[in-house]
Design a protein around this ligand. Structure first.
Ligand code: SAM
Ligand code: SF4
Length: 327
């Protein structure tokens, strides 16, 4: 089992399978993209399989596949099939922009993929196009509807962006009134590859909740696991629910149970800190599994207490983009 130096059990890993993406969300990266990693620096599928096996052997029971856009990776399904066969891996979930997921929904259901987090920061096509710099709203919306009809739990991630999508907040609440989905409103974080400059957060979690309560004053707080990053609410009579993730305010760090591995194998023990090790070489070259395991144990043994300490310890990493880190 992986237990950190603050006595927190680490059982959740976010695995970025690529840093490439077919959208250019303006809060994530610049229009021209970022300096994407060399292809041979990305972990291969056999390396990702090996890593998954080793993580599960160390007690990880939840893996989230992220990126970049996971489905731009043509060989993704082979990884998911392997992970689904791993005894001890209780939950596999995916974070996606849902542009390319359509042909795979049936297989994902069969594999028992538990949940899909769909990033959708707009409910209107023109807002979507402005934010993502691409015209794929109708594909995404169609896939959202198909996912809602499937056995997979759907959660929508909506980043509240000053001057860009505030008018879509209430329509999003109306959406979860009609459909059984959870809509989670996120604070914007300064990980955008230099695409946008901000020092002060306009839409923090308090302001988001205040705004929602002006139109929907009757909501009740839902119970949530200690490790949850979102505070969730239900409006009586609504089929879905909504939540708020204070990703910039970082009020949830105390119970953090997660590690991140980037597409190039960087191991990140806190979203707000720099990578602490790289796993690519030990995974690439057939050596003893112990080498990888020791790196994991060592990294977990010296984690920052919270995102503020990580930021102080390693220096700000706000120049990077979420497409490299995986969110
Ligand atoms: N491409 C997939 C997607 O968009 O869902 C997966 C990767 S994306 C980097 C993972 C998550 O990070 C998404 O939910 C996205 O909204 C979030 N994200 C990206 N940039 C962000 C930022 N600057 N602040 C907050 N969240 C961000
Ligand atoms: Fe791509 Fe996801 Fe970043 Fe948008 S948030 S550019 S979909 S990686």
């Amino acid at each position: 089992m992986l237990i950190d130096n603050h006595n927190r059990v680490i059982n959740y890993v976010r695995l970025a399978v690529t840093d490439r993406c077919n959208l250019r969300c303006n809060y994530c990266m610049p229009e021209e993209g970022i300096a994407f990693a060399r292809k041979d620096h990305l972990l291969s599928i056999p390396e990702l399989k090996r890593l998954s096996r080793l993580l599960v052997a160390k007690g990880v029971d939840k893996i989230r596949i992220t990126g970049g856009e996971p489905f731009v990776r043509k060989d993704l399904m082979s990884l998911l099939e392997y992970q689904a066969s791993l005894e001890g891996l209780r939950e596999i979930s995916i974070t996606t922009n849902a542009t390319l997921i359509g042909p795979h929904i049936g297989t994902l259901e069969k594999l028992g993929i538990r949940s899909v987090n769909l990033s959708l920061d707009a409910i209107r096509p023109d807002t979507f196009a402005r934010i993502t710099r691409r015209d794929h709203f109708h594909t995404v919306y169609g896939n959202l509807m198909r996912l809602i009809d499937s056995k997979i739990d759907v959660r929508i991630n909506f980043i509240v962006l000053k001057g860009q999508n505030e008018e879509d907040i209430y329509p999003m609440i109306e959406f979860q009134k009609e459909y059984p989905v959870s809509v989670r409103f996120l604070e914007e974080m300064p990980f955008n590859g230099g695409s946008r400059d901000f020092t002060k957060l306009h839409w923090d979690h308090r302001r988001i909740l205040e705004h929602i309560s002006e139109r929907y004053p009757d909501f009740e707080k839902l119970p949530a696991p200690l490790t949850s990053t979102s505070v969730n609410y239900k409006i009586p009579g609504h089929r879905g629910s909504f939540g708020i993730i204070p990703s910039f305010s970082r009020t949830f760090c105390g119970s953090c149970n997660r590690l991140r591995v980037t597409a190039t194998g960087d191991l990140i023990t806190c979203l707000y800190g720099k990578p602490v090790a790289n796993l690519r070489s030990p995974l690439r070259f057939a050596g003893e599994d112990r080498i990888v395991e020791d790196i994991l144990v060592q990294a977990v043994g010296s984690r920052a207490r919270d995102g503020f300490e990580a930021q102080d310890q390693f220096g700000p990493i706000f120049g990077s983009s979420m497409t490299s880190i995986g969110g």
